[in-house]
Design a protein around this ligand. Structure first.
Ligand code: EPU
Length: 302
């Protein structure tokens, strides 16, 4: 979708919004898949309600993008704009054991920045690509921890109420790869409370997680992490592996040889290729194990 409305185009600079016309999701996502639309890069939180009121008034549909690392977007010209926050400098401010982090801050950098200031707890998240806002929205976790455990306050834009709000940690529920945020809530900033730990000890934990990840996941390849959630008490990756599906492909969309719940873009995979592969694997797992796998990856199909 192209921003053609002159009223919108004229208002953008004052709202601190940069327009990047015709941006491809092959550049915006870690899977390297997806069609094209205009990207609006937002630098000022306070301008968000006005921007969105303007888009709504002109009937322009839009979606909020985080780091694009857990996202599969449809092919071709997309029927909505995409909005993304720009990270300010600094994007992390520490106060004792609290870290105030901008939603657009890189997750891995946040983990190491806090570690260097003797704040731990998030070692498992090292190596998880994406932004803090994206991790927060879906309660990212690994190696026995999840980000939700450390969340004390969240600043967000609530599309339903059309305003900026601050929620306390106990007003939000965090479950396995799921939170109580509405789908159109836009994460803006989070306050984390982290346990004090000496840097050297945190570093040991980080190294262990990095090694485990390197040994079991296809880190150098284009992927969106795990495609399916683990069903209660089982592992999606193990089930897919047991069916001998590693290496199964539709075009350049391929089940990783290293971890069967990672589907990689081995070249020029289209969203259609990837969605066909996902549906095929899902059906085979259902037939053999009687288990219906839920997507872990977020799908924005046009
Ligand atoms: N397994 C296989 N074959 C495979 C993959 C896994 O047999 O191809 C077996 C492993 O040997 C292990 C079990 O399945 O016994 C579980 O595998 P793993 O430890 O790799 O963890 P996972 O359950 O597949 C989850 C998260 C990952 C996270 C890791 C580490 C989900 C859907 N996945 O994977 O998160 O990094 O644990 O904590 O919850 C993600 O969310 O995108 C993601 C990658």
């Amino acid at each position: 979708m192209r921003v053609r409305d002159t009223k919108i185009v004229a208002a953008l600079p004052e709202l601190g919004v940069e327009l990047k016309p015709g941006t491809s999701f092959s550049e915006l996502t870690s899977l390297g898949i997806g069609g094209t639309t205009d990207l609006l890069r937002i630098t000022k939180h306070d301008a968000i309600p006005e921007l969105l009121n303007l888009l709504d008034a002109q009937g322009v549909p839009y979606k909020f993008l985080g780091g694009g690392s857990n996202l599969l977007v449809g092919d071709g010209e997309l029927p909505w704009l995409v909005l993304q926050l720009v990270s300010p400098d600094p994007d992390i401010v520490l106060e004792g054991r609290f870290a105030q982090v901008h939603a657009a801050a890189d997750l891995g950098r946040t983990v190491t920045f806090c570690a260097k200031h003797d704040l731990g707890g998030m070692e498992g998240l090292i190596g998880v690509p994406g932004t803090v806002g994206g991790a927060l929205r879906m309660n990212a976790g690994a190696y026995g921890m999840q980000i939700g455990s450390y969340v004390r306050q969240v600043k967000l834009y609530r599309a339903a109420a059309r305003k900026l709000e601050t929620l306390e940690g106990d007003q939000i529920s965090f479950e396995y790869r799921h939170t109580s945020f509405a789908p159109d809530d836009m994460m803006l900033a989070v306050k984390l409370e982290l346990p004090s730990k000496p840097y050297r000890e945190i570093l040991k934990g980080i190294r262990i997680c990095n090694e485990k990840r390197r040994a079991s996941q296809p880190l150098g390849q284009k992927s969106a992490g795990c495609i399916f959630k683990n069903p209660p008490g089982a592992s999606a990756g193990r089930m897919i592996d047991e069916l001998g599906l590693k290496g199964l492909n539709v075009g350049d969309a391929r089940v990783s040889d290293r971890h069967a719940n990672f589907f990689v873009n081995a070249g020029k995979a289209s969203a259609k290729d990837m969605l066909t592969l996902i549906a095929d694997v899902r059906e085979r797992v259902q037939k053999s194990f009687g288990v219906i796998l839920d997507h872990e990856v977020v799908v924005w199909n046009a």
